[in-house]
Design a protein around this ligand. Structure first.
Ligand SMILES: CC[C@H](C(=O)O)C(=O)SCCNC(=O)CCNC(=O)[C@H](O)C(C)(C)COP(=O)(O)OP(=O)(O)OC[C@H]1O[C@@H](n2cnc3c(N)ncnc32)[C@H](O)[C@@H]1OP(=O)(O)O
Ligand SMILES: [Co+2]
Length: 134
């Protein structure tokens, strides 16, 4: 079912500083900031040869990463995103296995314009998992 690792997401307080660290200190290629108000975050993608790092900053009052940053003020690894061929088949199979799909269970359009879903961290070894249909 799951395929390539599409990205590893880091929640950060200061997106400009995080972008400068990856661009200037780590010498990586980084995208422009992209606000995703429907997801309550602003994102920057760090392009690596074998995957991407998604830098996430809260956007708006109801950001889903706000409490994460309250718990971890320095930021930290927020989620892993795996690619799937068929997100509905994956969702239904995971539900049958007892995993909780977050939100209303319907895929939403993610940062890459593709359908995404999230699985509860408590069902995924303590790690928030995102699935992206490619
Ligand atoms: C889709 C656009 C873009 C893309 O790549 O395309 C993105 O990735 S956007 C990313 C931001 N959006 C989301 O993360 C949506 C899914 N996330 C959620 O719905 C929430 O973050 C949720 C429900 C996972 C946690 O929300 P919150 O922290 O407010 O809930 P709790 O405080 O009640 O936490 C419950 C329980 O889970 C633990 N937790 C929370 N977040 C994480 C995490 N990222 N990794 C691991 N564990 C997490 C938290 O510590 C609580 O544990 P407990 O033992 O009960 O204290
Ligand atoms: Co993501």
């Amino acid at each position: 079912m799951i395929g390539r690792l599409n990205h590893v997401a880091l929640a950060v307080r200061d997106l400009a500083a995080a972008t400068a660290l990856y661009r200037d200190t780590l010498g990586a290629r980084v995208s422009a900031e992209v606000p995703l108000p429907e997801h309550g975050v602003t994102t920057v993608f760090v392009e690596l040869p074998n995957t991407k790092i998604e830098l996430l900053a809260p956007l708006g009052e109801a950001s889903p990463i706000a409490r994460f940053l309250e718990r971890s003020p320095e930021g930290g690894i927020h989620h892993l995103c795996y690619e799937v061929d068929d997100i509905i088949a994956a969702r239904d199979s995971l539900r049958a296995a007892g995993a909780r799909v977050l939100g209303d269970g319907e895929p939403r359009t993610g940062a890459h314009g593709k359908p995404v879903l999230f699985l509860h961290p408590k069902d995924m070894l303590g790690t928030l998992v995102e699935l992206e249909q490619v």
